[in-house]
Ligand binder design. Structure first.
Ligand code: NAP
Length: 309
């Protein structure tokens, strides 16, 4: 990585928000680098199928959509650096970004780091990751082919995980802390039709049972307090997201849940630094809202650099 050059814009995170900011900025003539840890797409790349991103009448898988977004931005000269950002210094100009591959200097920064899976916070949860506990059905589902798995959560992600796992696993037990799902109605019919899905309502997981690997869970009925054990080979935890904002703690204003405080303009409390996509405070975290953020971030970055807006 050439650490001498100063970019007009550094985008941290190559998801839909990040690559859209990069595309718009590059088309406006800015020199842009996208820093991405693993591969384009962020959480979107893990989605089996995306039906609610307009323009793809048959839907599209998340990984392919991510590649298309990356290539679309690179067509206008955006550079992608596969590097993990280790620390940032936003209080100086140019901003300094230290990564696993070297130092980047940039006049503006778009933080598009997204949000990762939330944890249950129960004993042995971290230790059993890779030995029965997973946060990603799309990544690990195949390890549980013809086995019994449980999924915790009642939102769109949990239901989408249940449906994906039901196609390969012998049995899927959905554990939810209430008796109604938060997930969109469109999913309910699919769930009813899935013959190998069982429900464990009004229940929370209190304990992970294991020998070498996970062997089951203890669940507690939230109404009666009664506990029971459920045998399973895998537990998929799908209870929402937490923002990937550790990097900017102390440098940007965060809300109490850790989201970067920014409105539709994507402007943070620091001029020239923008937050796009799931990492910022917003009502609806979707691909379409992330790409909208990307366009806004580029617009305001251009105004910051050259005036206007
Ligand atoms: P979510 O909508 O926040 O749902 C989280 C679920 O986990 C809720 O059912 C919640 O229960 C439960 N939960 C939270 N903390 C828990 C805990 N400590 N113990 C047990 N259960 C807990 O999160 P999400 O499903 O990850 O979705 C995030 C966003 O992405 C949403 O806007 C969603 O619409 C979107 N998304 C969309 C699609 C799609 O196909 N369009 C797919 C995936 C995600 P309560 O219901 O009781 O609060």
């Amino acid at each position: 990585m050439d650490d001498k050059q100063i970019y007009d814009m550094a985008v941290i995170g190559g998801g839909p928000g990040g690559y859209t900011a990069a595309l718009y900025a590059a088309r406006a003539g800015l020199r842009v680098v996208v820093l991405e840890k693993i591969s384009a797409g962020g959480q979107m790349a893990l989605a089996h199928w995306v039906d609610n991103y307009p323009g793809f009448e048959d839907g599209i898988d998340g990984f392919t959509l991510a590649e298309k977004m990356q290539k679309g931005a690179e067509r206008f000269g955006v550079k992608t650096e596969l590097a993990e950002v280790l620390s940032v210094e936003f209080g100086v100009i140019p901003r300094v970004i230290k990564s696993s591959e070297g130092i980047i200097y940039a006049k503006t920064v778009v933080l598009a780091t997204g949000a990762g899976p939330a944890e249950l916070g129960i004993p042995m949860e971290k230790e059993l990751v890779g030995r029965g506990v997973s946060y990603c059905a799309a990544c690990d589902g195949m390890f549980y082919k013809d086995r019994t798995v449980a999924v915790v959560g009642g939102g769109d992600s949990a239901v989408s995980d249940v449906l994906a796992l039901a196609r390969t696993s012998r049995k899927v037990i959905m554990i939810h802390r209430r008796d109604t799902l938060r997930a969109a109605k469109v999913y309910h019919d699919f769930l009813r039709k899935a013959e190998n899905v069982e429900f464990c309502w009004n229940s929370i997981v209190t304990e992970l049972l294991y020998e070498e690997r996970l062997t089951g869970v203890t669940v507690k009925d939230v109404n009666t307090g009664e506990k029971r054990r459920i045998a399973c080979d895998g537990l998929f935890i799908s209870v929402g997201r937490k923002p990937a904002s550790d990097l900017v703690q102390g440098q940007l204003k965060l809300d109490k849940r850790g989201y970067v405080v920014a409105d539709e303009s994507t402007c943070t409390d620091l001029p020239g630094v923008f937050a796009a996509g799931d990492v910022r405070t917003k009502a609806l975290r979707q691909i379409v809202t992330a790409v909208a953020d990307g366009a806004m971030a580029a617009h305001h970055a251009e105004a910051y650099l050259y005036g206007g807006g």
